[in-house]
Design a protein around this ligand. Structure first.
Ligand SMILES: NC(=O)c1ccc[n+]([C@@H]2O[C@H](COP(=O)([O-])OP(=O)(O)OC[C@H]3O[C@@H](n4cnc5c(N)ncnc54)[C@H](OP(=O)(O)O)[C@@H]3O)[C@@H](O)[C@H]2O)c1
Length: 248
Protein backbone atom coordinates (compact mmCIF):
# COMPACT_ATOMS: atom_id res chain seq x y z
CA UNK A 1 0.00 0.00 0.00
CA UNK A 2 1.45 3.35 -1.03
CA UNK A 3 1.09 5.99 1.66
CA UNK A 4 2.02 9.60 0.89
CA UNK A 5 0.27 11.10 3.90
CA UNK A 6 1.98 14.33 4.95
CA UNK A 7 3.78 14.79 1.60
CA UNK A 8 3.43 17.88 -0.55
CA UNK A 9 3.53 17.38 -4.33
CA UNK A 10 3.72 19.85 -7.21
CA UNK A 11 2.71 18.56 -10.64
CA UNK A 12 3.43 21.00 -13.46
CA UNK A 13 0.77 21.04 -16.17
CA UNK A 14 -1.83 19.29 -14.02
CA UNK A 15 -4.95 20.92 -15.46
CA UNK A 16 -5.36 18.14 -18.04
CA UNK A 17 -4.13 14.76 -19.28
CA UNK A 18 -1.37 12.82 -17.55
CA UNK A 19 -0.65 15.64 -15.09
CA UNK A 20 -4.26 15.83 -13.89
CA UNK A 21 -4.47 12.03 -13.48
CA UNK A 22 -1.17 12.06 -11.57
CA UNK A 23 -2.31 14.83 -9.22
CA UNK A 24 -5.50 12.91 -8.39
CA UNK A 25 -3.66 9.64 -7.79
CA UNK A 26 -1.06 11.36 -5.58
CA UNK A 27 -3.93 12.84 -3.55
CA UNK A 28 -5.63 9.43 -3.31
CA UNK A 29 -2.35 8.15 -1.84
CA UNK A 30 -2.51 10.93 0.79
CA UNK A 31 -0.47 13.85 -0.61
CA UNK A 32 -1.46 17.52 -0.68
CA UNK A 33 -1.15 19.09 -4.11
CA UNK A 34 -0.14 22.13 -6.07
CA UNK A 35 -2.00 22.19 -9.38
CA UNK A 36 -0.18 24.21 -12.02
CA UNK A 37 -1.47 25.33 -15.42
CA UNK A 38 -0.50 27.72 -18.20
CA UNK A 39 -3.89 28.92 -19.46
CA UNK A 40 -6.63 26.41 -18.45
CA UNK A 41 -7.71 27.98 -15.15
CA UNK A 42 -11.19 26.37 -15.08
CA UNK A 43 -9.99 22.78 -15.63
CA UNK A 44 -7.20 23.32 -13.07
CA UNK A 45 -9.74 24.45 -10.47
CA UNK A 46 -11.91 21.40 -11.23
CA UNK A 47 -8.95 19.10 -10.52
CA UNK A 48 -8.28 20.95 -7.24
CA UNK A 49 -11.90 20.57 -6.21
CA UNK A 50 -11.79 16.80 -6.99
CA UNK A 51 -8.74 16.61 -4.71
CA UNK A 52 -10.58 18.50 -1.95
CA UNK A 53 -13.39 15.94 -2.22
CA UNK A 54 -10.81 13.18 -1.67
CA UNK A 55 -10.00 15.02 1.58
CA UNK A 56 -6.64 16.48 0.60
CA UNK A 57 -5.58 20.10 0.28
CA UNK A 58 -4.94 21.54 -3.19
CA UNK A 59 -3.95 24.99 -4.38
CA UNK A 60 -4.01 26.19 -7.99
CA UNK A 61 -1.11 28.25 -9.34
CA UNK A 62 -0.74 29.67 -12.82
CA UNK A 63 2.82 29.75 -14.15
CA UNK A 64 4.55 29.34 -17.47
CA UNK A 65 7.36 26.94 -16.57
CA UNK A 66 9.41 28.18 -19.53
CA UNK A 67 9.85 31.49 -17.74
CA UNK A 68 12.53 31.21 -15.03
CA UNK A 69 11.03 33.88 -12.78
CA UNK A 70 7.52 32.39 -13.01
CA UNK A 71 8.87 28.90 -12.25
CA UNK A 72 10.82 30.26 -9.28
CA UNK A 73 7.76 32.05 -7.97
CA UNK A 74 5.67 28.84 -8.40
CA UNK A 75 8.08 27.01 -6.10
CA UNK A 76 8.25 29.93 -3.62
CA UNK A 77 4.45 30.09 -3.39
CA UNK A 78 4.36 26.31 -2.80
CA UNK A 79 6.81 26.69 0.09
CA UNK A 80 4.87 29.64 1.47
CA UNK A 81 1.54 27.77 1.37
CA UNK A 82 2.67 24.33 2.58
CA UNK A 83 6.01 25.07 4.29
CA UNK A 84 7.80 22.42 2.22
CA UNK A 85 7.97 20.43 -1.03
CA UNK A 86 8.57 16.66 -1.17
CA UNK A 87 7.59 15.60 -4.70
CA UNK A 88 8.18 17.51 -7.96
CA UNK A 89 6.62 16.04 -11.10
CA UNK A 90 7.81 17.88 -14.22
CA UNK A 91 4.96 17.03 -16.56
CA UNK A 92 4.16 20.27 -18.44
CA UNK A 93 4.80 19.83 -22.13
CA UNK A 94 3.67 20.73 -25.62
CA UNK A 95 4.22 19.57 -29.18
CA UNK A 96 4.63 21.72 -32.28
CA UNK A 97 5.23 19.18 -35.03
CA UNK A 98 6.81 20.00 -38.37
CA UNK A 99 9.33 18.34 -40.62
CA UNK A 100 12.81 19.73 -40.03
CA UNK A 101 12.86 21.54 -43.39
CA UNK A 102 9.72 23.47 -42.42
CA UNK A 103 10.53 24.00 -38.75
CA UNK A 104 11.08 27.65 -37.89
CA UNK A 105 13.46 28.87 -35.20
CA UNK A 106 10.43 29.86 -33.07
CA UNK A 107 8.95 26.33 -33.37
CA UNK A 108 12.22 24.95 -32.04
CA UNK A 109 12.64 27.52 -29.26
CA UNK A 110 9.06 27.22 -27.96
CA UNK A 111 9.20 23.43 -27.57
CA UNK A 112 12.70 23.42 -26.06
CA UNK A 113 11.82 26.25 -23.68
CA UNK A 114 8.67 24.63 -22.26
CA UNK A 115 9.65 20.94 -22.39
CA UNK A 116 13.33 21.13 -21.42
CA UNK A 117 14.22 24.52 -19.98
CA UNK A 118 10.99 24.35 -17.94
CA UNK A 119 12.34 21.24 -16.17
CA UNK A 120 15.60 23.06 -15.37
CA UNK A 121 13.70 26.12 -14.13
CA UNK A 122 11.52 24.25 -11.61
CA UNK A 123 14.19 21.73 -10.57
CA UNK A 124 16.79 24.42 -9.85
CA UNK A 125 14.26 26.44 -7.86
CA UNK A 126 12.96 23.42 -5.93
CA UNK A 127 16.24 21.60 -5.22
CA UNK A 128 16.93 23.31 -1.87
CA UNK A 129 13.48 22.42 -0.56
CA UNK A 130 13.57 18.84 -1.90
CA UNK A 131 16.93 18.35 -0.15
CA UNK A 132 15.26 19.28 3.14
CA UNK A 133 12.55 16.65 2.61
CA UNK A 134 13.02 13.26 4.26
CA UNK A 135 12.73 11.65 0.83
CA UNK A 136 12.66 14.22 -1.96
CA UNK A 137 11.45 13.04 -5.33
CA UNK A 138 11.82 14.39 -8.86
CA UNK A 139 9.93 12.64 -11.65
CA UNK A 140 10.39 14.00 -15.14
CA UNK A 141 8.16 13.20 -18.10
CA UNK A 142 10.10 12.33 -21.24
CA UNK A 143 8.73 10.22 -24.11
CA UNK A 144 9.68 7.19 -26.18
CA UNK A 145 10.21 9.82 -28.89
CA UNK A 146 13.17 11.14 -26.88
CA UNK A 147 14.71 7.66 -27.04
CA UNK A 148 13.96 6.74 -30.66
CA UNK A 149 13.29 10.02 -32.52
CA UNK A 150 10.25 10.67 -34.71
CA UNK A 151 9.82 12.28 -38.10
CA UNK A 152 8.18 15.68 -37.62
CA UNK A 153 9.24 15.99 -33.98
CA UNK A 154 12.91 17.03 -34.03
CA UNK A 155 12.21 19.79 -31.49
CA UNK A 156 10.14 17.55 -29.18
CA UNK A 157 12.54 14.59 -29.47
CA UNK A 158 15.52 16.83 -28.66
CA UNK A 159 13.76 18.28 -25.61
CA UNK A 160 12.68 14.84 -24.36
CA UNK A 161 16.20 13.41 -24.93
CA UNK A 162 17.65 16.42 -23.08
CA UNK A 163 15.49 15.53 -20.09
CA UNK A 164 17.38 12.22 -19.78
CA UNK A 165 20.75 13.96 -19.33
CA UNK A 166 19.29 16.61 -17.05
CA UNK A 167 17.59 13.99 -14.85
CA UNK A 168 20.63 11.71 -14.58
CA UNK A 169 22.88 14.67 -13.66
CA UNK A 170 20.33 15.83 -11.08
CA UNK A 171 20.13 12.27 -9.70
CA UNK A 172 23.90 12.16 -9.26
CA UNK A 173 24.07 15.59 -7.62
CA UNK A 174 21.19 15.18 -5.16
CA UNK A 175 21.43 11.46 -4.24
CA UNK A 176 23.60 12.21 -1.23
CA UNK A 177 20.75 14.36 0.17
CA UNK A 178 18.22 11.52 -0.19
CA UNK A 179 16.58 12.97 -3.32
CA UNK A 180 15.91 10.66 -6.27
CA UNK A 181 15.34 11.83 -9.85
CA UNK A 182 13.85 9.49 -12.43
CA UNK A 183 12.34 9.68 -15.91
CA UNK A 184 9.00 8.28 -17.02
CA UNK A 185 8.84 7.82 -20.80
CA UNK A 186 5.29 7.23 -22.04
CA UNK A 187 4.49 5.84 -25.45
CA UNK A 188 1.19 6.86 -27.07
CA UNK A 189 -1.27 7.91 -24.34
CA UNK A 190 -4.84 9.11 -25.04
CA UNK A 191 -4.87 12.84 -24.14
CA UNK A 192 -5.49 16.20 -25.84
CA UNK A 193 -1.87 16.04 -27.05
CA UNK A 194 -2.48 12.95 -29.18
CA UNK A 195 -6.20 13.35 -29.94
CA UNK A 196 -5.82 15.44 -33.08
CA UNK A 197 -3.12 13.42 -34.81
CA UNK A 198 -4.17 12.28 -38.30
CA UNK A 199 -5.81 8.82 -38.37
CA UNK A 200 -3.05 7.40 -40.60
CA UNK A 201 -0.40 8.49 -38.05
CA UNK A 202 -2.41 6.86 -35.23
CA UNK A 203 -2.79 3.64 -37.25
CA UNK A 204 0.95 3.57 -37.93
CA UNK A 205 1.67 4.08 -34.20
CA UNK A 206 -0.78 1.33 -33.23
CA UNK A 207 0.89 -1.14 -35.57
CA UNK A 208 4.09 -0.67 -33.53
CA UNK A 209 2.50 -1.32 -30.13
CA UNK A 210 2.57 -5.01 -29.11
CA UNK A 211 -0.26 -4.36 -26.60
CA UNK A 212 -2.37 -3.35 -29.67
CA UNK A 213 -3.92 -0.36 -27.92
CA UNK A 214 -3.05 3.15 -26.79
CA UNK A 215 -2.26 3.84 -23.15
CA UNK A 216 -4.49 5.50 -20.52
CA UNK A 217 -3.41 8.44 -18.36
CA UNK A 218 -3.87 6.37 -15.19
CA UNK A 219 -1.36 3.82 -16.46
CA UNK A 220 1.32 6.53 -16.50
CA UNK A 221 0.12 8.08 -13.23
CA UNK A 222 0.42 4.72 -11.43
CA UNK A 223 4.15 4.56 -12.16
CA UNK A 224 4.67 8.18 -11.12
CA UNK A 225 2.95 7.54 -7.77
CA UNK A 226 5.15 4.48 -7.20
CA UNK A 227 8.33 6.46 -7.99
CA UNK A 228 7.14 9.19 -5.62
CA UNK A 229 6.66 6.71 -2.80
CA UNK A 230 9.01 5.29 -0.13
CA UNK A 231 8.87 1.97 -2.03
CA UNK A 232 11.10 3.51 -4.73
CA UNK A 233 13.81 4.97 -2.45
CA UNK A 234 16.59 2.91 -4.11
CA UNK A 235 15.54 3.64 -7.71
CA UNK A 236 17.53 6.61 -9.00
CA UNK A 237 18.53 8.04 -12.38
CA UNK A 238 16.38 5.54 -14.28
CA UNK A 239 14.30 5.84 -17.43
CA UNK A 240 11.14 3.73 -17.30
CA UNK A 241 8.87 3.37 -20.31
CA UNK A 242 5.09 3.06 -20.10
CA UNK A 243 4.33 2.18 -23.70
CA UNK A 244 2.65 -1.23 -24.06
CA UNK A 245 5.96 -2.63 -25.31
CA UNK A 246 6.37 -0.08 -28.14
CA UNK A 247 10.08 0.34 -27.43
CA UNK A 248 12.00 -2.60 -26.01
N1 LIG B 1 0.11 11.95 -24.44
C1 LIG B 1 1.13 11.22 -24.83
O1 LIG B 1 1.00 10.29 -25.67
C2 LIG B 1 2.51 11.49 -24.29
C3 LIG B 1 3.53 10.60 -24.68
C4 LIG B 1 4.80 10.80 -24.20
C5 LIG B 1 5.07 11.84 -23.34
N2 LIG B 1 4.06 12.70 -22.97
C6 LIG B 1 4.43 13.79 -22.09
O2 LIG B 1 3.61 13.76 -20.93
C7 LIG B 1 3.38 15.11 -20.49
C8 LIG B 1 1.88 15.36 -20.40
O3 LIG B 1 1.32 15.15 -21.68
P1 LIG B 1 -0.27 15.17 -21.93
O4 LIG B 1 -0.51 14.31 -23.11
O5 LIG B 1 -0.97 14.92 -20.67
O6 LIG B 1 -0.44 16.70 -22.41
P2 LIG B 1 -1.77 17.61 -22.46
O7 LIG B 1 -2.99 16.80 -22.25
O8 LIG B 1 -1.63 18.41 -23.71
O9 LIG B 1 -1.59 18.58 -21.18
C9 LIG B 1 -0.47 19.42 -21.12
C10 LIG B 1 -0.42 20.09 -19.77
O10 LIG B 1 0.77 20.91 -19.73
C11 LIG B 1 0.39 22.23 -19.38
N3 LIG B 1 1.31 23.20 -19.98
C12 LIG B 1 1.58 23.41 -21.29
N4 LIG B 1 2.48 24.39 -21.43
C13 LIG B 1 2.77 24.83 -20.18
C14 LIG B 1 3.62 25.83 -19.67
N5 LIG B 1 4.36 26.60 -20.48
N6 LIG B 1 3.68 26.01 -18.33
C15 LIG B 1 2.93 25.26 -17.50
N7 LIG B 1 2.10 24.28 -17.92
C16 LIG B 1 2.03 24.08 -19.26
C17 LIG B 1 -1.02 22.39 -19.89
O11 LIG B 1 -1.64 23.48 -19.21
P3 LIG B 1 -2.92 24.26 -19.88
O12 LIG B 1 -4.08 23.30 -19.72
O13 LIG B 1 -3.06 25.48 -19.07
O14 LIG B 1 -2.56 24.49 -21.31
C18 LIG B 1 -1.59 21.02 -19.53
O15 LIG B 1 -1.94 20.97 -18.17
C19 LIG B 1 4.09 16.03 -21.49
O16 LIG B 1 5.36 16.35 -21.00
C20 LIG B 1 4.20 15.16 -22.71
O17 LIG B 1 5.25 15.55 -23.55
C21 LIG B 1 2.79 12.54 -23.43
Amino acid sequence: MIDLTGKVALVTGSSRGIGAATAIKLAEAGADLVINYASSQGPAEEIASKINKIGRKAIVLQANVANFDEAKSLIKKTKKEFGKLDILVNNAGITNDKLLLRMKEDDWDQVIDINLKGVFNTTKSAARYLMKSEAGRIINLSSVVGLMGNAGQANYAAAKAGILGLTKSTARELAVRGVTANVVAPGFIETDMTENLPENVKAEMLSNIPANRFGKVDEVANLIVFLASPLAQYINGQVINVDGGMLM
